[in-house]
Every structure is written in structure tokens, then in C-alpha cells.
Design a protein around this ligand. Structure first.
Ligand code: HEC
Length: 88
């Protein structure tokens, strides 16, 4: 019985440790600003278009398209869109 409890505690600690770690990674990503994500991500494949190139509506469409290519999360894409639209 005692052994059973120890095993449960160890499993519990492992699960807690893993989920805490994943939260940490998510926090690092979500602390980045739209400008930062744009600067790090959108230059990987092509020269980044100037934020003033497209209208707000056009950036919505472009960013959705590029979300797929750049493999961004919806949250990251939202920040990039807000950054790009803030220049208009
Ligand atoms: C994995 C590569 C890749 C990444 C990362 C990427 N793009 Fe693109 N992008 C492309 C390709 C390829 C095209 C050519 C059009 C297409 O997708 O068919 C393109 C086209 C574009 C265009 C249209 C260019 C024009 O002048 O018509 C814009 C604007 C654009 N990307 C913005 C972005 C933004 C903003 C990001 C960051 C969120 C981004 N891209 C990240 C590959 C990428």
C-alpha cells in the first residue's frame, strides 16, 4: 500500500512538472510582441513587405495565409496583424 502511494506521488510530480514546463514555453512565446514575431518570422522566406504596403483588410487576408506558411499560433498571428495594421 505504501509503495502504491509513493508511485502515485512520483507520477503526479512528473505530470505536474511536464505541464509546468509547457506553460513556461508558451509564456516565452506569448511575451513576444507582434513586431518581434514579425521581425523573426516573416523574414525567413522573403523580404518582409512594409506594413504600409497593404490596407488593414488586406493584411487580415495575407496574415491568415502566412499563418499557415510560418506555422504561427492564432495568438501570434493576431499580434502580427495588429502590428502590421498599426502602421496604416
Ligand atoms: C515558410 C515561408 C514563409 C514564411 C515564414 C512567410 N511567408 Fe509570406 N510568402 C511566402 C510565399 C511562398 C509567398 C508567395 C505567395 C504564396 O504564398 O503563394 C509569400 C507571400 C507573401 C506576401 C505577398 C507578397 C506580395 O507582394 O504579393 C506577403 C505580404 C507576405 N508573404 C507576408 C508575410 C508575413 C507578414 C509573414 C509572417 C507572418 C510571412 N509572409 C511569412 C512564404 C512565407
Amino acid at each position: 500500500m505504501k509503495r502504491y502511494i509513493i508511485i502515485l506521488v512520483v507520477i503526479g510530480a512528473l505530470v505536474a512538472g511536464t505541464s509546468l514546463n509547457s506553460c513556461k514555453t508558451a509564456a516565452v512565446i506569448s511575451s513576444k510582441s507582434g513586431a518581434q514575431i514579425w521581425g523573426e518570422t516573416c523574414i525567413r522566406c522573403h523580404n518582409p513587405a512594409d506594413p504600409a504596403t497593404f490596407s488593414d483588410l488586406e493584411w487580415d487576408v495575407v496574415a491568415m495565409h502566412m499563418q499557415v506558411r510560418a506555422n504561427l499560433t492564432p495568438e501570434e498571428t493576431k499580434k502580427v496583424i495588429e502590428f502590421l495594421q498599426s502602421a496604416n
